[in-house]
Design a protein around this ligand. Structure first.
Ligand SMILES: [Zn+2]
Length: 382
């Protein structure tokens, strides 16, 4: 069945208005009178000790709705605060992951394709760099190469997201305590070891001086207890969720175990990377599979946060992907019965932002991704 684009747009606008209204009614307005920080966003007094920022790459409201239909309920429903987030880039209303990630990691807009640098190429300090300066432990977990745009923006600075070997060098030189994902080939020389580096540098042996590095599922399972670890489990990207031998939940749990040993607190970014790729492919089955995989990792973070009581969990997206719309579903058979993809790229609509824990009440209403970035930096610097 086909639908006109204007009908699709009307449905989307109605959905977003309903979401915005829900966010406002659930407390988004209650904090407008609180003291403001630089940038003008009101913040309540509570400061989180730990922050877990969970990014569903390309995950719009319809992606969440479809996953909710199939699962019956989601761990994301355990986050009672939040609202919606705008995502535009400096040079384009339609953002990519690098520009939107840079906004969340640094509080600044930049151009599409750029990794935590200004449009002129000057480095922008990231929340992870601020956290390290304050003595917090830090981590990055992703279901793509760890050099890919979203994890990269939290620790590297580059004019182009495509410069994976340079981003790998900066990641290897960083002080990030946990690095779980794919991308081993960007850390290894072209000669002999399955790498693609032309500079002959073996960055993994340099990293092994400060942390154990796992390259296989078995090595991941055998990672020793300690305060730092890396696992680059695939030469480039991991396969889709149903084929991954180490799930995003496994990586998230292990990362929190390691980072929570630090009494000063931690900042962890977890990305469900392939929700976006399923959106580009207009593959609904894959999209739901990845959103549910991401949601299980949200559950692991929430289990820790609920027990710990000092952890802020944020679930959001860098942008929507696929122009995905859900028109109808059966709750009885738990199936989406009527949906449509509007494009094979990102879309420009605002995305969900959910929060739980101390500091979560400072994230509500309709906020920009730079405001989220500034708020995160404010929290880790307190
Ligand atoms: Zn994308």
């Amino acid at each position: 069945m086909t639908h006109s684009k204007s009908a699709s747009r009307a449905t989307l606008v109605a959905t977003l208005l309903a979401l915005a209204l829900t966010a406002a009614l659930s407390g988004g307005c209650a904090h407008r009178t609180a003291p403001t920080v630089e940038g003008g966003w009101p913040l309540p007094g509570e400061t989180p000790k730990n922050i877990v920022l969970m990014i569903g790459d390309g995950m719009g409201a319809a992606h969440v709705t479809a996953a909710m239909v199939e699962a019956g309920s989601l761990n994301m429903e355990r986050l009672p605060l939040g609202g919606l987030m705008s995502t535009h880039a400096e040079n384009s209303f339609l953002t990519d992951s690098a520009a939107s990630g840079t906004a969340m990691a640094t509080g600044h807009k930049t151009n599409n394709g750029m990794v935590s640098v200004t449009p002129d190429g000057a480095p922008l300090r990231t929340v992870i760099e601020h956290a390290e300066e304050k003595g917090l432990s830090t981590g990055l977990v992703a279901t793509c190469s760890i050099t890919h745009a979203t994890p990269a923006v939290f620790v590297a600075h580059a004019r182009s997201r495509d410069n994976h070997t340079e981003i790998a060098r900066q990641i290897a030189d960083s002080e990030v305590d946990v690095l779980f994902g794919g991308g081993a080939m960007y850390f290894l020389p072209r000669t002999g070891s399955g790498g693609i580096r032309d500079d002959a540098a073996d960055l993994l042996s340099a990293m092994r001086a400060r942390m154990p590095v796992a390259l296989t599922t078995e090595e991941f399972a055998a990672l020793p207890d300690g305060d730092a670890a890396a696992a680059l489990l695939y030469p480039e990207h991991p396969p889709r969720a149903s084929q991954r031998s180490v799930s995003l939940t496994d990586m998230t749990k292990r990362a929190i175990e390691i980072l929570s040993r630090d009494d000063d607190g931690f900042f962890l970014m977890v990305e469900g990377s392939q929700i976006d790729w399923a959106g580009h492919e207009n593959d609904q089955e894959w999209l739901i599979e990845e959103t549910l995989d991401f949601d299980r990792a949200v559950g692991a973070a929430m289990d820790f946060a609920e027990m710990d009581g000092e952890t802020l969990v944020i679930v959001t997206a860098d942008h929507e992907c696929g122009g995905y719309l859900l028109f109808d579903a059966s709750l009885e058979s738990r199936k989406v019965t009527w949906s449509e993809f509007g494009c094979d790229t990102h879309s420009a609509t605002i995305v969900p932002l959910l929060a739980y824990g101390p500091g979560g009440a400072g994230l509500g209403g309709i906020m920009d991704n730079t405001t989220l970035g500034r708020t995160l930096i404010d929290y880790v610097r307190r």
